[in-house]
Design a protein around this ligand. Sequence first.
Ligand SMILES: *[C@@H]1O[C@H](CO)[C@@H](O)[C@H](O)[C@H]1NC(C)=O
Ligand SMILES: *[C@@H]1O[C@H](CO)[C@@H](O)[C@H](O)[C@H]1NC(C)=O
Length: 372
Amino acid sequence: MGSPHWKRLCLLLLAGLTSSLLLYSHYRATVEAPGSPRIIASGNSFKPSADLEEPEPSRKQPSPCLHSVMARAKADPKFREIFHFNTPVLMWDQHFTLETWNRLKTRHVPYGWQGLSLAVVGSTLQLLNASANRQLFDRAAFPGGCVRCAVVGNGGILNGSRQGKAIDSHHLVFRLNGAVIKGFEEDVGTKVSFYGFTVNTMKNSLISYEEYGFTQVPQGKDLKYIFIPSDIRDYVMLKSAIQGSPVPEGSDKGDDPQKYFGPEASAEKFKLLHPDFLQYLTSRFLRSELLNTQYSSLYMPSTGALMLLTALHTCDQVSAYGFITANYEQFSDHYYEVEKKPLVFYANHDMMLEAALWRSLHRAGIITLYQR
Ligand SMILES: *[C@@H]1O[C@H](CO)[C@@H](O)[C@H](O)[C@H]1NC(C)=O
Ligand SMILES: *[C@@H]1O[C@H](CO)[C@@H](O)[C@H](O)[C@H]1NC(C)=O
């Protein structure tokens, strides 16, 4: 611990060094020497790679379900090649290794950490140290062993659908973005186990759908939040949410996370999708033609797509409600609009590709896609 490199690194950190590149180069000079000490400074340390436990597979196998996602996927000639069920879904403190930093700093968000501050990413990940941060849910809580999930998109197909009871009968219910519930209970149910978002989509939903009653992000004792790390602001907000303190910097500076996520501030309440998982999903399930255009760096799967694919990699059975179907033109953009509005196609998503994926997953019996 007494090496000059080490002292220099500490001084640099204490001086509030913000350039992560410079910091990193000092770090590398220090730790890549054989037998060098582990770096711990200013609450910011890489985990030595050797300490990283094998990521727990997202599901225990074999599943006791008659028709599980995994069994159906393995029986399908196309999807057998696409699914890798051992891909880690979530990211937690032990992923903060030099190896991971090196790999992810070459990819832009949401697939990596290019240009992000080492201090911000590191200090956020360090807080994700609860066992609840390593898995979406605890399988021990479902003694039957066959965990059935509903993922509820916000599509107009749900208006008048009366699917609320069917949705709530699932063990776990995923919702996202402008998930209006009040007044639509019969159509969409009330249960919320997970709410998925990026800080951008969450805050935009609160503005755009306020007139339809989306005045608050769903909150509740048993509800967990799934952060999609699409920007540095997601890491910053996540850190503040766990600490229960106002956002100290960046575009959300001054925001009180408890306004969004309720009074309970603890690591257990929050999950963070792994950038490698997002990369895997995009390259294997939703590799859009948009990636070959000048907009490639803007492209990412929609929040709904990411939630549905997250459920597919963690639950045993998955039903999708309110997702785009072949006859989407018959329905309004969202179930809560009073007058029909056409579906909005955002330039950063590929809804037609997503529609084709849901159709073929449904045909293969891997998901049950609600259609009418
Ligand atoms: C997680 O980290 C926090 C802050 O460093 C610490 O107070 C807490 O005891 C840790 N929890 C676990 C389960 O290690
Ligand atoms: C949704 O359903 C209600 C009740 O059936 C209807 O009044 C409303 O116009 C519908 N909204 C859209 C956008 O179709």
